[in-house]
Design a protein around this ligand. Sequence first.
Ligand SMILES: N[C@@H](CCC(=O)N[C@@H](CS)C(=O)NCC(=O)O)C(=O)O
Length: 214
Amino acid sequence: MIRIHGRRTSSNVQPVMWICAELGLDVERIDAGGAFGGTDTPEYLAMNPMGRIPVMQDGDLTMFESQAILRYLAAEYGRDALWAGSARDRAVQDMWMEWAKLTVSLEFNYKIFWQLVRTPAAERDHALVEEGIRAMHRLMPIAEARIARDGWLAGETISLADFTFGVQLYRYYAVDFDRPETPHVDAYYARLRDRAPYRDHAMVPFDSLRAAGA
Ligand SMILES: N[C@@H](CCC(=O)N[C@@H](CS)C(=O)NCC(=O)O)C(=O)O
């Protein structure tokens, strides 16, 4: 049995729970972080000295950092399905996975989602929101071209890159802002929504995260 520590509203917990469900793994999720707290105890800090979520325990292996956890789960349980091929094939999937996390997620989560959902309207940094929107108009056409060409972000089948990118789309489409036109990404998001593991773990309402007055 795998144990995941972290609240289900966390965008870093969601891809880990989603991949576990895709792989049919037996998982116990323990609420932690946000309003649940529990991440500053000596026991928790021994698992993750950053006091952040998620933490994964699989037998005697304890890990933090969601991207590293995704790679471990795919390598250990994926049976070559989600992080497939030669080192060169995997490198391409890995590259798009990091792009989704370090470029798209940073721009969207911290400049758009954080400002429009987690910050009271009166305290919003509108310049930052505009910067994030400009970034989406630059970045999403890149995803559009990849998905138009191959169907998925890093190739012709779902891979780790899609877990990192796909999990962001629920919020991307749920928050009201000026999005670029990306019909292939729209269709890709519809295909993700057809997957029960995606619906169960990535489409988690975020009302409990909304700042008063946001
Ligand atoms: N790089 C880390 C980031 C972890 C992180 O910042 N998690 C956030 C939640 S999305 C967190 O722990 N926030 C504090 C909290 O929820 O209490 C990862 O990918 O796992």
